[in-house]
Design a protein around this ligand. Structure first.
Ligand code: OGA
Ligand code: MN
Length: 208
């Protein structure tokens, strides 16, 4: 493993253990972000995306006043090479976190995400119910030259001090899905990311 990546993963493990979250900048390089932005899905004006819902399976509801993003689930077996690069990095993260924190992370589920201008996701927790298999939330942002004034921060509610993270290109945010409430603030520009969860069981997406 590349030295700086190993170092970043050590920091990530410390952050998860101490605070329940961690940020790694440049998890994806500028070239990798560019290549992802060139994929048909992101070029296609949301044609390949669906409105995201709340809850799972038959209990799933669409509620614009809670979340306004559009998603496209990724089937790892069919993913474009540059997405495979991202998945390989996530595998490295999984392995490192498993070894260091004695978790039993097994797989992930990931979607491409677009928040159109003005849309948001209200304060929530990523585990829908206590027996949920989502253990860690991992989001990698794809927004080049994002400015503070454009909004779109990920706001994390952390004990008494809340803080906001800008969705800048290549930045990875990882946090405990069972622990940290968070919210996506509206932006003046489309806000793109790869959003996912690391699971302690195998994902259904392998059968898409
Ligand atoms: C989510 C979410 C945060 C972000 O999709 O559940 O909270 O910064 N995303 O996109
Ligand atoms: Mn969330």
């Amino acid at each position: 493993m590349e030295l700086s990546l190993a170092h970043n993963l050590d920091r990530l493990v410390d952050g998860l253990a101490d605070q329940g979250y961690a940020i790694i900048d440049n998890f994806l390089s500028t070239n990798e972000v560019d290549a992802i932005l060139q994929l048909d899905e992101f070029k296609g004006e949301l044609l390949q995306f669906q409105k995201a819902g709340i809850g799972k399976n038959s209990g799933k509801q669409i509620n614009e006043s809670i979340r306004g993003d559009y998603i496209h689930w990724i089937n790892p077996a069919m993913a474009a090479p540059v997405i495979q690069v991202y998945l390989t990095k996530l595998n490295g993260l999984n392995k490192h976190v498993n070894q260091s924190l004695f978790l039993s992370l097994k797989d992930y589920e990931i979607h491409m995400t677009v928040y159109p201008v003005g849309s948001y996701y209200h304060r929530h927790l990523d585990q829908f119910k206590p027996d949920d298999h989502r253990k860690l939330s991992v989001i990698c942002y794809l927004n080049k030259d994002w400015q503070e004034a454009e909004g779109g921060q990920l706001k994390i509610y952390h004990k008494d001090d809340n803080f906001s993270i800008l969705p800048i290109a290549g930045r990875l945010v990882c946090f405990r899905s069972d622990l940290l409430e968070h919210e996506v603030l509206p932006a003046t520009r489309n806000r793109l990311s790869l959003t996912g969860w690391i699971l302690d069981q195998h994902s259904d997406l392998r059968h898409l």
